[in-house]
Write a protein that binds this ligand. Structure first.
Ligand code: ADP
Ligand code: MG
Length: 390
């Protein structure tokens, strides 16, 4: 789960990590009154969306006229913001962060993430902050410092000094970064984060190290023990169909093609998508119904897949172990009948209670295309999406 910059900064404050004075606003008048309460001569208005590159996209505005803050907020709120990370349609801005503008001497990059290779929380830092870190890593890998943290002993002082030296910090700032890194590490662990990124971490003219940007991402499987973090979820930032699906315990991810997929298990779902591509089609989605799927769950899966207007055929591919083909078949019958589905439905069932399942479908008198193997099903689904007979 992702959170907004302003939420991550509020979390940082709890860990005494320096961030600029600021507050979130939902409209222009709130924005103005927040700015009026912030000391300083310049203010920053920052669009809050779950995507980076806002600076490049015009989502970060600076002004030295406090009365202008309301207008800037007004321009951003309600309008789509297109950045290099949002895709061409952009994301609608619903909130802005009003902040004190800082006098920046230098911008660094700093992140903590879980490195799968070393299986450790790893600090990544660079002197080249504020820009696209992937590009820095590709073009000038020597500008990137990495330090993996041993979970048994935690982040050590010598590691912090190594990181600080590696990005060219001197004297007082080495000490400041050490303190900051330890607090960030604690924040990361306490919250079961997967990623904590500060780009840029700024060294100010007065020598202080301040997090100017903040991005955090949490492990969904650990959210049950963090109700305070779960509350930060912003449904405006998520695909409504993915939210709908997760409410029915379905893992659904929308894709660009026209062959809808309903499958059990992520591995089989990937294989199904591969098979569709192999036969020249494009999957419209990834959908894993999981184990022990009830007829209602299958019917919901059909409804969600078919809400996508691009879907021209639906391929259901179930290899039942914990699942039961008779339940799946009942779900298919319910869906085709109650939702008046006219889109071709290709059914491949195998495993537990497969004969009962096939009998339920055959007895229903409904229109569907039967397939025996994954291969056969994918070929038929692609053909049906193209309006051909398989
Ligand atoms: P994004 O990464 O989405 O572009 P950032 O929060 O990194 O958004 O902001 C982009 C740039 O705007 C930063 O690199 C920094 O130069 C400037 N900036 C952001 N916040 C402030 C601030 N409070 N004071 C001064 N400059 C800022
Ligand atoms: Mg940034």
């Amino acid at each position: 789960m992702n959170i907004h910059e302003y939420q991550a900064k509020e979390l940082f404050r709890k860990y005494d990590v320096l961030v600029p004075e600021g507050h979130v606003a939902h409209n222009a008048s709130q924005a103005l009154s927040i700015a009026e309460q912030i000391d300083g001569e310049r203010w920053v208005v920052k669009a809050q969306i779950h995507a980076g590159g806002r600076g490049k996209g015009g989502g970060v505005k600076v002004t030295d006229q406090v009365e202008e803050v309301g207008q800037l907020a007004d321009q951003l709120i309600g309008a789509p913001l297109v950045t290099p990370q949002t895709g061409p349609n952009g994301r609608t801005v619903h909130r802005v962060l009003i902040e004190q503008a800082q006098d920046i001497a230098h911008e660094y990059y700093l992140s903590l993430l879980i490195d799968r290779a070393s299986q450790r929380i790893t600090v990544i830092a660079s002197d080249a902050g504020g820009m696209d870190i992937e590009q820095v890593a590709a073009n000038t890998p020597d500008k990137i410092v990495r330090e993996a943290i041993d979970p048994a002993i935690g982040l050590q002082d010598f590691q912090c000094r190594k990181i600080a030296n590696g990005i060219g910090l001197r004297s007082k700032q080495i000490h400041a970064l050490t303190g900051m890194l330890k607090r960030l590490y604690r924040c990361f662990r306490d919250s079961d984060a997967q990623l904590l990124e500060i780009n840029p971490l700024a060294r100010l003219d007065n020598g202080k190290l301040v997090a100017l940007d903040a991005k955090m991402n949490f492990d969904d499987n650990a959210l049950f023990r963090h109700p305070d973090i779960t509350d930060l979820r912003d449904f405006d930032e998520e695909d409504p169909k993915e939210v709908d699906a997760s409410g029915h315990d379905l893992s659904y991810i929308a894709l660009d093609g026209d062959v809808g997929c309903i499958v059990n298990g992520a591995g089989l779902a990937m294989a199904t998508m591969d098979a569709i591509s192999y036969y020249g089609g494009m999957p419209a989605n990834f959908l894993d119904v999981g184990g022990g799927a009830s007829p209602e769950k299958i019917a919901n899966a059909f409804r969600i897949v078919l809400e996508d207007p691009h879907v021209k055929s639906v391929m259901l591919n179930i290899f039942a172990g914990i699942n039961r083909c008779d339940w799946i078949a009942e779900g298919i019958v319910q869906a085709i009948r109650d939702q008046h589905i006219a889109t071709p439905v290709i059914v491949r069932l195998a495993g537990t209670n497969v004969e009962q399942g096939k009998a339920i479908l055959a007895d229903s008198g409904l229109n569907y295309i039967e397939a025996n193997k994954l291969d056969d099903a994918a070929r038929k689904a692609v053909a049906a999406a193209k309006g051909e007979n398989a």
